[in-house]
Design a protein around this ligand. Structure first.
Ligand code: G6P
Length: 367
């Protein structure tokens, strides 16, 4: 079927706006009718016979894997290795028999990711994939393919595929936690209930579009942007920096907040905005002290936080964006929205080709 922009200026804008609906679709495919349990397609997978998870991907899908590592470790107490496909395929990593290898790919055709899958195939106990195209090579060569149900994604910079990948990966981590007996029924019920409420929270963020546009106009004036995050917000900071550089051509880098003083703090001056992604979670105070280190050196902070976080930490910040409150475990999915909206509006303000950024391809099928 032909996909059009449905009244939006760019496919990227349409795909950002679709997220409440497509995430709702993803959830409906992976939850029982009463919404209280996770169901996987086909025969599913039993995590009781699996000791390790190896996740491999490229680009945005790689950042989805980095996020999922925190989920599998925290919820399912499972050791996880994550690598970029182009590195993984050539470093001859040993794969033990009780390993599940998981490949995340929007297109399902990325050459390096497919090669990494073929490397694991003779060794791993099972090959899993999280894909948007169910008939793709990566899906076909997996023992179990988990479709993300995001619908066609046209914009080169991935948006809805990322949040749907995260949704499926979180559901898979919950299934693993259940199989391995590492989650209580109450906690599982809590997380599933928060997930069901997520589309409404995303709508709430989308309604603040004008605020993001105003902030982005300021970002469009700068040459460099630094993104900081801790814990689950660290991979998201990486994704935020990737989105911004891909479509606005502004140099952007991301660091784990705690790494600030090991190098990047040398770059801080009043010309470089520092985007801090920090819901009021268990690590919030640590991130606030990193923020203060930036401000003490004349750096400009753009703080993306929630109501309680803004109340505590807004003093002295350059700009602040307030997100709805959400169970911290889901924060990467919700905070993907500000990362996308800031990049999108910055690119629009700069007049770049948002859907077809220079030098980039939607699907990289050559090495
Ligand atoms: C290209 C695209 C990225 C994407 C990456 C991985 O670089 O421009 O947006 O994240 O490939 O693609 P995949 O289809 O494997 O997710």
């Amino acid at each position: 079927a032909r996909v059009d922009k449905a009244g939006h200026k760019h496919f990227m804008a349409k795909e950002i706006a679709e997220q409440p609906v497509v995430i709702g679709d993803t959830l409906s495919h992976y939850l029982t009718d009463d919404g209280r349990d996770v169901v996987l397609p086909g025969d599913g997978i039993d995590f009781t016979s699996i000791d390790r998870l190896t996740m491999v991907a490229c680009g945005t899908a790689y950042y989805a894997c980095l996020t999922a590592k925190y989920w599998f470790e925290q919820l399912a107490r499972m050791p996880v290795e994550v690598d970029i496909a182009s590195e993984f395929r050539y470093r001859e990593p040993p794969i033990s028999a009780r390993t599940a290898a998981l490949f995340v790919s929007q297109s399902g055709e990325t050459a390096d990711t497919l090669a990494a899958l073929r490397y694991c195939e003779p060794h791993a106990q099972t090959i899993l994939s999280v894909v948007n195209v169910p008939e793709s090579s990566i899906a076909r060569e997996s023992n179990l393919a988990l479709p993300i149900h995001a619908g066609a994604e046209i914009g080169v910079a991935s948006t809805k595929a990322f949040t749907c990948q995260l949704t499926v990966l979180l559901l898979l981590a919950l299934k693993a936690a259940k199989d391995r007996g590492t989650i209580t029924d109450d906690r599982l019920a809590d997380i599933l209930s928060s997930l069901r409420g997520l589309p409404a929270l995303i709508n709430n963020v989308l309604e603040q579009d004008t605020t993001f546009r105003k902030c982005a106009r300021l970002l469009a004036e700068t040459d460099n942007v630094l993104f900081l995050g801790r814990g689950l917000m660290y991979p998201l900071a990486l994704e935020g920096a990737l989105k911004l550089k891909e479509i606005s051509y502004i140099h952007a880098e991301a660091y784990a907040s705690g790494e600030l003083k090991h190098g990047p703090i040398a770059l801080i001056d009043k010309k470089m905005p520092v985007v801090v992604m920090a819901p009021r979670d268990a690590l919030f105070d640590k991130t606030v002290s990193n923020m203060q280190e930036v401000m003490a050196r004349g750096g400009k902070i753009l703080l993306v936080t929630d109501g309680p976080g803004a109340k505590e930490a807004n003093e002295g910040v350059w700009r602040s964006l307030t997100m709805p409150e959400v169970d911290p475990i889901l924060s990467p999915i919700l905070y993907a929205l500000p990362a996308q909206l800031l990049a999108y509006h910055t690119a629009v303000a700069k007049g770049t080709d948002v859907d077809q950024p220079r030098n980039l391809a939607k699907s990289v099928t050559v090495e």
